[in-house]
Design a protein around this ligand. Structure first.
Ligand code: V55
Ligand code: FE
Length: 493
Protein backbone atom coordinates (compact mmCIF):
# COMPACT_ATOMS: atom_id res chain seq x y z
CA UNK A 1 0.00 0.00 0.00
CA UNK A 2 1.35 3.43 -0.92
CA UNK A 3 1.32 6.03 1.84
CA UNK A 4 -0.14 9.40 0.85
CA UNK A 5 2.30 12.14 -0.09
CA UNK A 6 1.99 15.08 2.35
CA UNK A 7 -0.19 18.10 1.38
CA UNK A 8 2.80 20.35 0.64
CA UNK A 9 3.82 17.93 -2.11
CA UNK A 10 0.37 17.45 -3.59
CA UNK A 11 -1.07 20.93 -3.60
CA UNK A 12 0.51 22.45 -6.69
CA UNK A 13 1.64 21.75 -10.20
CA UNK A 14 4.24 19.27 -9.11
CA UNK A 15 2.15 16.68 -7.34
CA UNK A 16 3.62 13.31 -8.32
CA UNK A 17 2.00 11.98 -11.51
CA UNK A 18 2.79 8.29 -10.88
CA UNK A 19 1.27 7.18 -14.19
CA UNK A 20 2.27 5.64 -17.50
CA UNK A 21 -0.13 6.61 -20.24
CA UNK A 22 -0.65 7.62 -23.83
CA UNK A 23 -2.84 10.13 -25.56
CA UNK A 24 -3.44 9.67 -29.27
CA UNK A 25 -3.70 12.86 -31.36
CA UNK A 26 -3.54 15.82 -28.97
CA UNK A 27 -6.13 18.56 -29.44
CA UNK A 28 -4.87 21.62 -31.27
CA UNK A 29 -6.56 24.53 -29.51
CA UNK A 30 -4.91 27.36 -31.43
CA UNK A 31 -3.06 27.63 -34.74
CA UNK A 32 -1.67 24.72 -36.66
CA UNK A 33 1.20 22.32 -36.12
CA UNK A 34 3.62 23.07 -38.98
CA UNK A 35 3.49 20.13 -41.40
CA UNK A 36 7.26 20.23 -41.93
CA UNK A 37 8.00 19.18 -38.33
CA UNK A 38 8.93 15.50 -38.09
CA UNK A 39 10.53 14.26 -34.91
CA UNK A 40 10.29 13.31 -31.29
CA UNK A 41 10.28 15.80 -28.41
CA UNK A 42 11.31 14.01 -25.21
CA UNK A 43 11.65 15.12 -21.61
CA UNK A 44 13.21 13.45 -18.60
CA UNK A 45 11.03 13.84 -15.52
CA UNK A 46 11.81 12.99 -11.88
CA UNK A 47 8.54 11.67 -10.47
CA UNK A 48 8.60 9.75 -7.18
CA UNK A 49 6.44 6.62 -7.12
CA UNK A 50 6.97 6.25 -3.36
CA UNK A 51 7.95 9.01 -0.95
CA UNK A 52 11.26 7.98 0.67
CA UNK A 53 10.84 6.89 4.27
CA UNK A 54 13.67 8.85 5.94
CA UNK A 55 14.09 10.80 9.21
CA UNK A 56 14.95 14.01 7.31
CA UNK A 57 13.63 14.39 3.78
CA UNK A 58 16.01 16.73 1.91
CA UNK A 59 14.70 19.21 -0.69
CA UNK A 60 17.13 17.75 -3.25
CA UNK A 61 15.41 14.37 -2.81
CA UNK A 62 12.13 15.90 -3.92
CA UNK A 63 13.58 18.19 -6.61
CA UNK A 64 16.00 15.76 -8.23
CA UNK A 65 15.63 12.31 -6.66
CA UNK A 66 12.40 11.05 -8.21
CA UNK A 67 12.02 8.00 -10.41
CA UNK A 68 12.75 8.91 -14.02
CA UNK A 69 9.92 8.98 -16.53
CA UNK A 70 10.33 9.57 -20.26
CA UNK A 71 7.72 11.86 -21.76
CA UNK A 72 7.57 11.79 -25.52
CA UNK A 73 5.65 13.80 -28.10
CA UNK A 74 5.76 12.35 -31.63
CA UNK A 75 5.20 15.23 -34.04
CA UNK A 76 4.51 14.37 -37.68
CA UNK A 77 2.15 15.42 -40.50
CA UNK A 78 0.69 18.22 -38.37
CA UNK A 79 -0.32 15.84 -35.56
CA UNK A 80 1.09 15.08 -32.11
CA UNK A 81 0.82 11.77 -30.25
CA UNK A 82 1.87 11.61 -26.60
CA UNK A 83 3.29 8.89 -24.42
CA UNK A 84 4.88 8.88 -20.95
CA UNK A 85 6.43 5.90 -19.23
CA UNK A 86 8.63 5.29 -16.22
CA UNK A 87 12.09 3.95 -16.85
CA UNK A 88 12.18 0.46 -15.34
CA UNK A 89 15.36 0.96 -13.34
CA UNK A 90 16.44 -1.71 -10.91
CA UNK A 91 15.31 0.61 -8.11
CA UNK A 92 11.88 1.17 -9.67
CA UNK A 93 11.33 -2.58 -10.04
CA UNK A 94 12.47 -3.35 -6.48
CA UNK A 95 10.14 -0.79 -4.93
CA UNK A 96 7.30 -1.87 -7.15
CA UNK A 97 7.73 -5.47 -6.06
CA UNK A 98 7.84 -4.44 -2.39
CA UNK A 99 5.01 -1.89 -2.81
CA UNK A 100 6.90 0.49 -0.51
CA UNK A 101 9.85 2.88 -0.55
CA UNK A 102 13.21 1.15 -0.18
CA UNK A 103 15.54 3.94 -1.31
CA UNK A 104 16.16 7.02 0.83
CA UNK A 105 17.52 10.49 0.21
CA UNK A 106 19.16 11.89 -2.93
CA UNK A 107 22.43 10.01 -3.58
CA UNK A 108 22.55 8.66 -0.03
CA UNK A 109 22.89 4.87 0.06
CA UNK A 110 23.17 5.04 3.87
CA UNK A 111 19.53 6.09 4.07
CA UNK A 112 18.27 3.03 2.17
CA UNK A 113 16.49 -0.04 3.46
CA UNK A 114 19.19 -2.66 4.22
CA UNK A 115 17.50 -5.07 1.79
CA UNK A 116 18.68 -2.98 -1.19
CA UNK A 117 22.33 -2.55 -0.18
CA UNK A 118 24.50 -2.58 -3.30
CA UNK A 119 21.58 -2.26 -5.73
CA UNK A 120 21.50 0.29 -8.54
CA UNK A 121 20.16 3.54 -7.01
CA UNK A 122 20.02 5.62 -10.17
CA UNK A 123 16.69 6.93 -11.42
CA UNK A 124 17.56 7.89 -15.04
CA UNK A 125 15.69 11.16 -14.46
CA UNK A 126 17.78 14.02 -15.89
CA UNK A 127 18.37 13.95 -19.65
CA UNK A 128 17.75 11.76 -22.67
CA UNK A 129 20.22 11.48 -25.52
CA UNK A 130 20.77 9.42 -28.63
CA UNK A 131 23.94 7.51 -29.39
CA UNK A 132 24.85 4.57 -31.62
CA UNK A 133 21.18 3.92 -32.45
CA UNK A 134 20.06 3.95 -28.83
CA UNK A 135 17.88 6.27 -26.80
CA UNK A 136 19.48 6.60 -23.37
CA UNK A 137 17.83 8.01 -20.23
CA UNK A 138 20.40 9.25 -17.79
CA UNK A 139 21.17 10.59 -14.35
CA UNK A 140 24.71 11.46 -13.35
CA UNK A 141 24.75 9.16 -10.30
CA UNK A 142 24.65 5.97 -12.37
CA UNK A 143 24.82 4.54 -15.87
CA UNK A 144 22.08 5.34 -18.38
CA UNK A 145 19.19 3.03 -19.23
CA UNK A 146 18.32 2.26 -22.82
CA UNK A 147 14.70 2.99 -23.69
CA UNK A 148 12.79 1.96 -26.82
CA UNK A 149 12.09 5.20 -28.73
CA UNK A 150 8.69 3.98 -29.88
CA UNK A 151 7.17 2.06 -26.98
CA UNK A 152 9.32 3.71 -24.26
CA UNK A 153 9.90 0.25 -22.82
CA UNK A 154 13.14 -0.14 -20.89
CA UNK A 155 15.83 -2.33 -22.42
CA UNK A 156 18.26 -2.22 -19.50
CA UNK A 157 21.42 -0.52 -18.31
CA UNK A 158 23.77 0.65 -21.06
CA UNK A 159 27.49 0.21 -20.32
CA UNK A 160 29.03 0.06 -23.84
CA UNK A 161 29.27 -3.74 -23.94
CA UNK A 162 30.68 -3.86 -20.41
CA UNK A 163 33.48 -1.37 -21.12
CA UNK A 164 32.20 1.37 -18.80
CA UNK A 165 33.26 0.34 -15.30
CA UNK A 166 32.69 3.79 -13.74
CA UNK A 167 29.78 3.80 -11.27
CA UNK A 168 28.50 6.94 -12.94
CA UNK A 169 28.14 8.66 -16.29
CA UNK A 170 27.14 12.25 -17.03
CA UNK A 171 23.65 13.13 -18.24
CA UNK A 172 25.31 15.66 -20.60
CA UNK A 173 27.84 13.86 -22.82
CA UNK A 174 29.05 15.76 -25.88
CA UNK A 175 29.18 14.65 -29.50
CA UNK A 176 31.44 15.31 -32.44
CA UNK A 177 28.99 15.78 -35.33
CA UNK A 178 31.66 14.88 -37.90
CA UNK A 179 32.70 11.53 -36.39
CA UNK A 180 29.64 10.57 -34.34
CA UNK A 181 31.88 10.00 -31.32
CA UNK A 182 30.49 10.57 -27.86
CA UNK A 183 32.66 12.17 -25.14
CA UNK A 184 31.48 11.53 -21.60
CA UNK A 185 32.65 11.04 -18.08
CA UNK A 186 31.53 9.98 -14.67
CA UNK A 187 32.42 11.79 -11.46
CA UNK A 188 32.28 9.98 -8.12
CA UNK A 189 33.33 7.22 -10.48
CA UNK A 190 34.43 4.81 -7.74
CA UNK A 191 31.36 5.42 -5.61
CA UNK A 192 29.49 8.35 -4.02
CA UNK A 193 31.73 11.20 -2.78
CA UNK A 194 34.94 9.78 -4.33
CA UNK A 195 37.12 12.27 -6.23
CA UNK A 196 37.58 9.91 -9.16
CA UNK A 197 36.68 11.00 -12.67
CA UNK A 198 36.45 8.37 -15.42
CA UNK A 199 36.62 9.87 -18.91
CA UNK A 200 35.45 7.92 -21.98
CA UNK A 201 35.41 8.38 -25.71
CA UNK A 202 32.87 6.11 -27.39
CA UNK A 203 32.75 5.73 -31.15
CA UNK A 204 29.71 5.95 -33.42
CA UNK A 205 29.17 2.20 -33.11
CA UNK A 206 29.05 2.37 -29.30
CA UNK A 207 32.53 0.99 -28.56
CA UNK A 208 34.83 2.63 -26.00
CA UNK A 209 37.95 3.79 -27.86
CA UNK A 210 39.64 5.83 -25.14
CA UNK A 211 39.53 5.94 -21.36
CA UNK A 212 41.35 7.91 -18.64
CA UNK A 213 40.92 7.98 -14.87
CA UNK A 214 42.05 10.94 -12.78
CA UNK A 215 41.13 12.78 -9.58
CA UNK A 216 39.25 16.04 -9.20
CA UNK A 217 40.79 18.58 -6.77
CA UNK A 218 37.87 17.86 -4.42
CA UNK A 219 34.66 15.91 -4.47
CA UNK A 220 32.02 18.09 -6.08
CA UNK A 221 29.25 18.02 -8.65
CA UNK A 222 30.38 18.15 -12.29
CA UNK A 223 27.02 18.42 -13.97
CA UNK A 224 28.02 19.41 -17.49
CA UNK A 225 31.11 19.44 -19.71
CA UNK A 226 32.27 20.92 -23.00
CA UNK A 227 34.02 19.62 -26.11
CA UNK A 228 36.16 21.36 -28.72
CA UNK A 229 38.13 20.05 -31.67
CA UNK A 230 41.05 19.04 -29.42
CA UNK A 231 39.88 19.31 -25.79
CA UNK A 232 37.34 18.18 -23.23
CA UNK A 233 36.45 20.57 -20.39
CA UNK A 234 35.18 19.72 -16.90
CA UNK A 235 33.70 22.63 -14.91
CA UNK A 236 33.83 21.69 -11.21
CA UNK A 237 30.89 23.18 -9.37
CA UNK A 238 31.19 24.74 -5.89
CA UNK A 239 28.82 22.22 -4.36
CA UNK A 240 30.78 19.56 -2.59
CA UNK A 241 30.06 16.14 -1.17
CA UNK A 242 31.55 14.46 1.86
CA UNK A 243 31.44 10.84 2.99
CA UNK A 244 31.39 11.59 6.73
CA UNK A 245 28.58 14.11 6.31
CA UNK A 246 26.58 11.60 4.29
CA UNK A 247 27.15 8.83 6.86
CA UNK A 248 26.04 11.22 9.61
CA UNK A 249 22.72 11.75 7.81
CA UNK A 250 23.58 15.10 6.22
CA UNK A 251 22.70 16.24 2.71
CA UNK A 252 24.70 14.97 -0.28
CA UNK A 253 25.69 18.42 -1.58
CA UNK A 254 26.50 21.67 0.23
CA UNK A 255 27.26 24.99 -1.48
CA UNK A 256 30.66 26.45 -0.62
CA UNK A 257 31.09 30.13 -1.57
CA UNK A 258 34.74 30.01 -0.51
CA UNK A 259 35.77 27.81 -3.43
CA UNK A 260 37.20 29.20 -6.66
CA UNK A 261 35.82 28.18 -10.04
CA UNK A 262 37.83 25.27 -11.42
CA UNK A 263 37.85 24.05 -15.01
CA UNK A 264 39.62 20.80 -15.82
CA UNK A 265 40.96 20.68 -19.39
CA UNK A 266 42.00 17.42 -21.02
CA UNK A 267 43.18 16.75 -24.57
CA UNK A 268 40.46 14.73 -26.33
CA UNK A 269 42.44 11.52 -26.24
CA UNK A 270 44.63 12.57 -23.31
CA UNK A 271 45.91 10.60 -20.35
CA UNK A 272 45.54 11.34 -16.63
CA UNK A 273 48.80 13.32 -16.42
CA UNK A 274 47.65 15.70 -19.16
CA UNK A 275 44.71 17.20 -17.23
CA UNK A 276 45.19 20.82 -16.26
CA UNK A 277 43.11 22.63 -13.62
CA UNK A 278 42.45 26.27 -14.46
CA UNK A 279 41.13 28.52 -11.73
CA UNK A 280 39.02 31.67 -11.61
CA UNK A 281 37.30 33.63 -8.83
CA UNK A 282 34.20 32.08 -7.28
CA UNK A 283 31.03 31.77 -9.34
CA UNK A 284 28.50 29.02 -9.98
CA UNK A 285 28.89 27.40 -13.40
CA UNK A 286 25.59 26.27 -14.88
CA UNK A 287 25.00 24.57 -18.21
CA UNK A 288 27.51 24.73 -21.02
CA UNK A 289 26.31 26.68 -24.07
CA UNK A 290 29.04 25.87 -26.59
CA UNK A 291 32.81 25.61 -26.99
CA UNK A 292 35.24 25.79 -29.89
CA UNK A 293 38.80 26.80 -30.73
CA UNK A 294 39.98 30.13 -32.12
CA UNK A 295 43.53 31.47 -32.53
CA UNK A 296 44.94 28.53 -30.61
CA UNK A 297 42.70 29.14 -27.61
CA UNK A 298 39.65 27.39 -26.27
CA UNK A 299 36.53 29.53 -26.34
CA UNK A 300 34.22 28.26 -23.63
CA UNK A 301 30.70 29.67 -23.26
CA UNK A 302 28.47 28.79 -20.35
CA UNK A 303 25.90 30.17 -17.95
CA UNK A 304 27.30 31.52 -14.71
CA UNK A 305 25.37 32.51 -11.59
CA UNK A 306 26.81 34.90 -9.02
CA UNK A 307 25.83 32.74 -6.05
CA UNK A 308 24.24 29.42 -5.14
CA UNK A 309 22.56 28.45 -8.38
CA UNK A 310 20.83 25.53 -6.65
CA UNK A 311 19.45 27.55 -3.72
CA UNK A 312 17.38 26.82 -1.75
CA UNK A 313 17.48 23.13 -2.68
CA UNK A 314 21.20 22.80 -1.89
CA UNK A 315 22.07 24.39 1.49
CA UNK A 316 24.82 26.97 2.03
CA UNK A 317 27.86 25.74 3.99
CA UNK A 318 27.81 28.84 6.20
CA UNK A 319 24.04 29.19 6.36
CA UNK A 320 24.26 32.42 4.35
CA UNK A 321 20.82 33.77 3.35
CA UNK A 322 19.74 34.29 -0.25
CA UNK A 323 20.22 37.85 -1.51
CA UNK A 324 16.74 39.47 -1.35
CA UNK A 325 16.78 40.59 -4.98
CA UNK A 326 17.77 37.16 -6.27
CA UNK A 327 20.82 36.06 -8.20
CA UNK A 328 21.97 37.02 -11.66
CA UNK A 329 22.77 34.47 -14.35
CA UNK A 330 25.02 35.55 -17.21
CA UNK A 331 26.19 34.12 -20.49
CA UNK A 332 29.97 34.25 -20.05
CA UNK A 333 32.83 33.45 -22.39
CA UNK A 334 36.21 32.21 -21.19
CA UNK A 335 39.32 32.01 -23.34
CA UNK A 336 41.64 29.30 -22.17
CA UNK A 337 45.13 28.55 -23.44
CA UNK A 338 45.78 24.92 -22.59
CA UNK A 339 49.54 25.52 -22.92
CA UNK A 340 49.67 28.63 -20.70
CA UNK A 341 52.12 28.57 -17.77
CA UNK A 342 49.63 30.30 -15.52
CA UNK A 343 46.54 28.36 -14.51
CA UNK A 344 44.67 31.45 -13.30
CA UNK A 345 42.04 32.50 -15.81
CA UNK A 346 41.43 36.17 -16.52
CA UNK A 347 39.91 36.41 -20.01
CA UNK A 348 36.22 36.45 -19.17
CA UNK A 349 33.65 38.29 -21.22
CA UNK A 350 29.96 38.76 -20.34
CA UNK A 351 27.88 38.29 -23.50
CA UNK A 352 24.40 38.66 -22.01
CA UNK A 353 22.44 38.92 -18.77
CA UNK A 354 20.22 35.87 -19.06
CA UNK A 355 18.52 35.07 -15.72
CA UNK A 356 17.50 31.72 -17.13
CA UNK A 357 18.70 28.16 -17.49
CA UNK A 358 18.67 25.41 -20.07
CA UNK A 359 20.40 27.07 -23.05
CA UNK A 360 19.83 25.70 -26.56
CA UNK A 361 21.64 26.49 -29.80
CA UNK A 362 21.40 25.31 -33.40
CA UNK A 363 22.83 21.77 -33.19
CA UNK A 364 24.78 22.41 -36.40
CA UNK A 365 26.80 25.13 -34.64
CA UNK A 366 28.14 22.90 -31.87
CA UNK A 367 31.96 23.09 -31.64
CA UNK A 368 31.83 26.13 -33.96
CA UNK A 369 31.37 29.90 -33.69
CA UNK A 370 27.65 30.63 -33.34
CA UNK A 371 25.35 33.59 -32.90
CA UNK A 372 21.97 32.60 -31.42
CA UNK A 373 20.92 31.21 -28.04
CA UNK A 374 17.41 30.13 -26.99
CA UNK A 375 16.64 29.78 -23.29
CA UNK A 376 13.76 30.02 -20.79
CA UNK A 377 14.25 33.12 -18.65
CA UNK A 378 12.76 34.90 -15.66
CA UNK A 379 11.81 38.57 -15.89
CA UNK A 380 11.40 39.52 -12.23
CA UNK A 381 9.67 42.74 -13.26
CA UNK A 382 6.80 40.66 -14.61
CA UNK A 383 6.31 38.53 -11.50
CA UNK A 384 2.85 38.85 -10.00
CA UNK A 385 1.09 37.94 -6.75
CA UNK A 386 -2.36 36.56 -6.07
CA UNK A 387 -5.07 38.42 -4.10
CA UNK A 388 -3.47 37.24 -0.84
CA UNK A 389 -0.09 38.63 -1.84
CA UNK A 390 1.44 35.22 -2.48
CA UNK A 391 3.77 35.10 -5.47
CA UNK A 392 2.63 32.92 -8.35
CA UNK A 393 4.77 29.77 -8.45
CA UNK A 394 6.68 30.71 -11.58
CA UNK A 395 10.23 29.65 -12.42
CA UNK A 396 10.71 30.90 -16.00
CA UNK A 397 8.09 33.29 -17.37
CA UNK A 398 9.55 33.81 -20.85
CA UNK A 399 11.09 32.00 -23.76
CA UNK A 400 13.98 34.11 -24.98
CA UNK A 401 16.20 34.43 -28.02
CA UNK A 402 19.58 36.12 -27.63
CA UNK A 403 21.34 37.35 -30.78
CA UNK A 404 24.95 37.62 -29.63
CA UNK A 405 26.14 39.52 -32.69
CA UNK A 406 23.41 42.17 -32.69
CA UNK A 407 23.41 42.26 -28.88
CA UNK A 408 19.61 42.02 -28.89
CA UNK A 409 17.01 39.76 -27.35
CA UNK A 410 13.42 38.82 -28.11
CA UNK A 411 11.03 37.23 -25.59
CA UNK A 412 7.65 35.58 -25.53
CA UNK A 413 5.83 36.21 -22.25
CA UNK A 414 2.58 34.24 -22.01
CA UNK A 415 1.24 35.90 -18.84
CA UNK A 416 1.85 36.25 -15.11
CA UNK A 417 0.81 32.75 -14.06
CA UNK A 418 2.65 30.63 -16.62
CA UNK A 419 5.98 28.86 -16.27
CA UNK A 420 8.09 27.16 -18.94
CA UNK A 421 9.78 23.81 -18.84
CA UNK A 422 12.94 23.13 -20.83
CA UNK A 423 12.33 23.64 -24.58
CA UNK A 424 14.04 22.24 -27.67
CA UNK A 425 15.32 24.18 -30.64
CA UNK A 426 16.00 22.99 -34.19
CA UNK A 427 16.10 24.71 -37.57
CA UNK A 428 13.30 24.37 -40.11
CA UNK A 429 15.51 22.53 -42.56
CA UNK A 430 19.10 21.35 -42.86
CA UNK A 431 20.09 24.51 -44.74
CA UNK A 432 17.92 27.07 -42.93
CA UNK A 433 19.69 30.03 -41.24
CA UNK A 434 20.86 29.46 -37.66
CA UNK A 435 17.95 31.39 -36.10
CA UNK A 436 15.17 30.19 -38.42
CA UNK A 437 13.66 27.31 -36.52
CA UNK A 438 11.12 26.07 -34.04
CA UNK A 439 11.07 26.20 -30.28
CA UNK A 440 8.87 23.58 -28.66
CA UNK A 441 8.10 23.54 -24.94
CA UNK A 442 5.66 22.36 -22.34
CA UNK A 443 4.13 25.38 -20.64
CA UNK A 444 2.58 25.03 -17.19
CA UNK A 445 -0.26 27.07 -15.69
CA UNK A 446 0.19 26.20 -12.00
CA UNK A 447 -2.90 28.00 -10.69
CA UNK A 448 -5.04 25.89 -13.02
CA UNK A 449 -2.86 22.78 -12.62
CA UNK A 450 -2.86 22.59 -16.41
CA UNK A 451 -0.18 22.14 -19.07
CA UNK A 452 0.01 22.73 -22.78
CA UNK A 453 2.45 22.08 -25.58
CA UNK A 454 3.50 25.20 -27.47
CA UNK A 455 5.30 25.45 -30.81
CA UNK A 456 6.96 28.75 -31.73
CA UNK A 457 8.45 29.99 -34.96
CA UNK A 458 11.68 31.71 -33.91
CA UNK A 459 11.39 34.31 -36.68
CA UNK A 460 8.26 35.53 -34.88
CA UNK A 461 8.99 34.57 -31.31
CA UNK A 462 7.37 37.54 -29.56
CA UNK A 463 4.08 36.94 -31.41
CA UNK A 464 3.62 33.71 -29.50
CA UNK A 465 3.02 30.14 -30.61
CA UNK A 466 2.05 29.01 -34.09
CA UNK A 467 0.36 26.09 -32.36
CA UNK A 468 -0.93 25.36 -28.86
CA UNK A 469 -2.03 21.85 -27.92
CA UNK A 470 -4.09 20.94 -24.88
CA UNK A 471 -2.75 18.26 -22.58
CA UNK A 472 -5.48 16.41 -20.73
CA UNK A 473 -3.03 15.57 -17.91
CA UNK A 474 -0.71 17.69 -15.78
CA UNK A 475 2.99 17.75 -16.72
CA UNK A 476 4.91 18.07 -13.46
CA UNK A 477 8.26 19.81 -13.77
CA UNK A 478 10.74 17.84 -15.87
CA UNK A 479 14.45 18.49 -16.24
CA UNK A 480 15.94 18.35 -19.78
CA UNK A 481 14.20 18.15 -23.12
CA UNK A 482 15.77 16.75 -26.31
CA UNK A 483 14.74 16.75 -29.97
CA UNK A 484 15.29 13.69 -32.13
CA UNK A 485 14.89 14.10 -35.86
CA UNK A 486 12.24 11.82 -37.40
CA UNK A 487 14.88 10.24 -39.63
CA UNK A 488 16.61 8.85 -36.54
CA UNK A 489 13.66 7.12 -34.92
CA UNK A 490 11.35 4.39 -36.12
CA UNK A 491 7.70 5.16 -36.82
CA UNK A 492 5.35 5.17 -33.88
CA UNK A 493 2.85 2.38 -33.93
C1 V55 B 1 20.62 18.38 -11.85
C2 V55 B 1 19.54 17.52 -11.86
C3 V55 B 1 19.67 16.29 -11.26
C4 V55 B 1 20.85 15.93 -10.65
C5 V55 B 1 21.91 16.80 -10.66
O1 V55 B 1 19.52 20.05 -13.08
C6 V55 B 1 21.79 18.03 -11.25
C7 V55 B 1 20.53 19.68 -12.49
C8 V55 B 1 17.44 15.64 -11.80
O2 V55 B 1 18.67 15.36 -11.21
O3 V55 B 1 20.95 14.72 -10.04
FE1 FE C 1 21.51 19.53 -16.82
Amino acid sequence: MAKAFPPELTSGMDEPCRFDLEVFDLEVVEGEVPADIDGLFVQAVPDQVYLPDVPVLYPMTIAAGGDGAVRAFRIKDGCVDFRTRYVRTERFELERKARRPLFGNYRDPFSDDPSVAGKDRTTANTAIYWHAGRMLASKEDGLPYEVDPVTLETRGVWNAYGAITSHTFTAHPKFDPDTGEMFGFGYAARGETTRDIAYYVIDAAGKVTHEAWFEAPYSAMIHDCALTEHYMLFPIMPITSDLDRLKAGGPHFVYDADLPQVFGVMPRYGSADEVRWFRAPHAFPGHTINAYEQDGKIVFDLLETDGNGFAPVVPDKNGAPMPPDGLTTRHVRWRIDYRADDEHLVEREVLAIVNGEGPHIDPRRQLKPYRHVFVPTLDRGKLATDVNGRPYPVMFNQLSHFDLEAGTREDWYPGPAATFQDPVYFTKSADAPEHDGYLIATLNWPLERRSELVILDTLELARGPVARLRLPVRMRLGIHATWFDGAEIPTWR
